[in-house]
Write a protein that binds this ligand. Structure first.
Ligand code: ARG
Length: 581
C-alpha cells in the first residue's frame, strides 16, 4: 500500500514550494512554519517570519505566497490573515479521504522508513544481588517505549541489558557467604531478592567495619578474576537468581526485554586489558597516580583541574569506564550499529561524555555512528527529595507495583463493574501498569517527577488509565453500533468537531517521527491525550448511534480510526488497551 501523505505534510509542501518561488534564492529553504490553528485548519507563519529579513511588508509577502499556492494544481483554499499569516482551509472531502486511507491500512498509514538503520538501545541495567529500584523503572520503561517506536518505524533494533554482574562487590558478597553460612539466600521464592539485598547490606557493613574481612574480600576478588572454580560457582548462582528475579519484574511490567538481551558487565572482562593497552599505546590514556586515565578537553573540576576518566584503577582493577568503552566497541564492530542509545540516569552524563570522547579519539566510534546518552530525571517522593522509604532505604520496584495495583483496584471498585474476579484481576493489572508507565513516560524525560500513586491511577486528567477508559469507551460505542465501519463518503460535509478529530488522527505518523527524532516518549503521550480530547468533543457534538446514512458511516469510521490509533499508540508506549475497563 502506498504511504499516506499526511495533510499537514501536503500543506507544508505547498507553502514551501510557494515560498521558493517568492523568495530570493538564498532564502528559498526557510521553514514554512505550518501548524494547526484555532483560526483556520492550518496556519503558516513562514512568510511573516522572513519578511523582515527582506525589508518588505509582511502582508505583501504573504499575498504573493497565497497567489502562488492558488496556482498549484489541487491547491487548498488559502488567504492572508492578521499581520501576514497564511491561513489554509482543508476541504472536508480531503479530511474524509485521509480518514478512509488510514483506515484501509493495518499500519494506519504509518510508513516504514526504507533505511535499514540499526539502533542499539542499552536500557534497564539493574545490578545483581540488589533489588530493582525506582531508577531502573525509568530506564526500563523509557527504553522499552523507544525500542517499540523505533522498531515500528522500520529500524532494526538491538536491545542490550547491561546488567551490573561484575566488580569488587562480588568479592565481598562471596567471602561473606563463606564465613556466614546462616546468610544463605537460596530457595526463598519471592523473598529471595530481599534476602540477597539483605546479604548485600550485611556484607557491606562488615567490609567497612572489619579490615580483616575487607582484606579477605579483596583476595576473593582476585580469586574470582583468576577463575577459581568454587568462587565462580557462587558468583554464577548469584547472577542466575538475580536475573530470574529481573525477568519476573519485566514480565509483570510487560517489557520486551528477555534473556537474549542480557549484556552483563562480565561479558567484557576479556576485552579490558586490550582497551587499556591500546589507549596507552595511542597516547590517549596516561598513567596518573598509579591509575590509567584519559582527560577530555574542557572537562575540568571547579578548581580548573582536568577531571580524569579512570580506565584502570590504582589497584589494577577495571572500572565502569573501561567496560563502557568496550560496550561501544562491540556495538560498532559486532552489532554494526548506526546509532547507539544509552538510556541512563542524567547523573551519569559526564561519564558518557568522557567515554564517547575517548572512544572517538581511539577510533572505536567512527563519525558515521552516533552515540547518545538518553538521560532522564530522578523519581521523587512526596517531600520532593529522591524517593526513599521512611527508613531511608531505596524503594523496591515490586512494592511500588503492589501499591499501584491496590490503588487501581480501589478506583475500579468505586466505578462499579460486572467483571468476574479473574477478569477484574486482569483489568487491575493492566490499569496499574498503565498508570505507573504513563506517569513516567508523560513527564518530559529530563525532568524529575513525584511518584504519586493516587494521581497516577486517576481515571481523569492526562493519565494512562484515562486513555484506557477513552479507548474502551470508543470500543463500547462500536460494539453498540453492531456493524463494521462501512465506506467513508467523502462528499459528505464535516462538522468542525469531525474535522478536528480527523486532522488530529492524521498527525499520528508525524508524532511518531517526532518521538524517534527527539527520543521523547512524552510527545506520544501528549498526542494520544489530544486524540482522546478531540474524540470527547466530537462525541458530545456529533451523535453517532442516532445518526443515519453517510453521517453515520463517516462517524463510525472516525470512531474506528480513533480506537485503532489509541490502541496502537498505547502499545508503542508498552501499555495495554483492554476492550473493557
Ligand atoms: N548498572 C548501572 C546502574 O545501575 C546502569 C548501566 C547502564 N548502562 C551502561 N552501559 N553503563 O547505574
Amino acid at each position: 500500500m502506498a504511504d499516506v501523505v499526511a495533510i499537514s505534510v501536503q500543506v507544508e509542501a505547498a507553502v514551501r514550494a510557494a515560498l521558493a518561488e517568492v523568495l530570493p534564492v538564498e532564502l528559498a529553504g526557510v521553514d514554512p512554519v505550518v501548524r494547526r490553528s484555532a483560526r483556520a485548519d492550518f496556519q503558516a507563519d513562514g512568510a511573516l517570519a522572513v519578511a523582515s529579513r527582506l525589508g518588505r511588508p509582511p502582508r505583501d509577502v504573504a499575498m504573493e505566497v497565497v497567489r502562488q499556492i492558488s496556482r498549484q494544481a489541487d491547491a487548498f483554499p488559502v488567504e492572508v490573515s492578521g499581520p501576514g499569516f497564511v491561513n489554509v482551509t482543508v476541504p472536508d472531502g480531503a479530511v474524509w479521504a485521509a480518514v478512509a486511507q488510514r483506515l484501509a491500512d493495518p499500519r494506519l498509514g504509518v510508513g516504514k522508513s526504507r533505511s535499514d538503520e540499526r539502533v542499539v538501545v542499552d536500557y534497564s541495567g539493574p545490578n545483581v544481588a540488589k533489588e530493582m529500584h525506582v531508577g531502573h523503572l525509568r530506564s526500563s520503561v523509557i527504553g522499552d517505549a523507544l525500542v517499540r517506536v523505533l522498531g515500528h518505524l522500520g529500524a532494526e533494533v538491538v536491545r542490550q541489558n547491561h546488567v551490573g554482574d561484575w566488580g569488587t562487590q562480588f568479592g565481598m558478597l562471596i567471602q561473606y557467604l563463606d564465613e556466614h553460612p546462616e546468610a544463605a539466600w537460596q530457595g526463598q521464592g519471592a523473598a529471595t531478592m530481599s534476602a540477597l539485598d539483605a546479604l548485600y547490606r550485611a556484607a557491606r557493613a562488615a567490609f567497612e567495619a572489619d579490615p580483616g574481612f575487607a582484606d579477605r574480600s579483596r583476595a576473593r576478588v582476585v580469586a574470582l578474576q583468576s577463575g577459581d572454580e568454587p568462587t565462580l560457582a557462587v558468583w554464577r548462582a548469584l547472577v542466575q537468581e538475580s536475573e530470574e528475579a529481573f525477568a519476573r519484574v519485566y514480565a509483570r511490567l510487560g517489557l520486551l526485554l528477555d534473556a537474549g538481551d542480557l549484556d552483563g558487565e562480565s561479558r567484557y572482562n576479556v576485552a579490558l586489558p586490550g582497551i587499556v593497552a591500546e589507549l596507552l599505546a595511542a597516547g590517549i590514556a596516561v598513567e596518573s597516580e598509579g591509575a590509567v586515565v584519559t582527560f577530555i578537553d574542557g572537562v575540568d573540576d571547579p578548581d580548573g583541574d582536568p577531571v580524569p576518566l579512570i580506565v584502570r584503577k590504582k589497584d589494577g582493577g577495571y572500572g565502569y569506564a573501561a567496560t563502557d568503552l568496550a560496550t561501544l566497541r562491540l556495538r560498532v564492530e559486532h552489532y554494526r550499529a548506526d546509532r547507539i542509545l544509552y538510556v541512563v540516569d542524567a547523573r551519569q552524563a559526564l561519564h558518557f561524555r568522557m567515554v564517547f570522547d575517548t572512544a572517538r579519539r581511539a577510533g572505536w566510534l567512527p563519525d558515521t555512528v552516533s552515540a547518545e546518552h538518553v538521560p532522564f530525571g530522578t523519581v521523587l517522593g512526596a517531600d520532593g527529595k529522591p524517593f526513599k522509604t521512611r527508613s531511608g532505604a531505596t524503594v523496591r520496584l515490586t512494592d511500588l507495583l503492589d501499591d499501584a495495583e491496590a490503588a487501581a483496584r480501589a478506583v475500579l471498585r468505586e466505578k462499579g463493574d460486572d467483571f468476574t474476579p479473574a477478569e477484574r484481576d486482569a483489568v487491575v493489572h493492566a490499569a496499574a501498569t498503565a498508570a505507573v508507565k504513563y506517569a513516567d513516560l508523560s513527564t518530559t524525560r529530563t525532568r524529575d517527577y513525584v511518584f504519586d500513586v493516587d494521581q497516577m491511577v486517576a481515571s481523569s486528567g492526562n493519565t494512562g488509565v484515562y486513555l484506557q477508559y477513552a479507548h474502551a469507551r470508543v470500543r463500547s460505542i462500536l460494539r453498540k453500533a453492531g456493524e463494521k465501519a462501512q465506506g467513508v463518503d467523502d462528499a459528505a460535509p464535516a462538522h468542525p468537531a469531525e474535522k478536528d478529530l480527523g486532522l488530529t488522527l492524521d498527525a499520528f505518523e508525524a508524532t511518531l517521527r517526532d518521538v524517534a527524532a527527539t527520543l521523547e516518549p512524552h510527545r506520544l503521550c501528549g498526542y494520544l491525550y489530544d486524540v482522546a480530547t478531540a474524540f470527547t468533543r466530537f462525541y458530545e457534538l456529533c451523535p453517532v448511534l442516532k445518526a443515519e446514512g453517510a453521517a453515520r458511516g463517516n462517524r463510525l469510521a472516525l470512531c474506528t480510526l480513533t480506537s485503532r490509533t489509541l490502541a496502537t499508540g498505547l502499545d508503542l508506549l508498552g501499555i495495554a488497551a483492554p476492550e473493557r475497563l
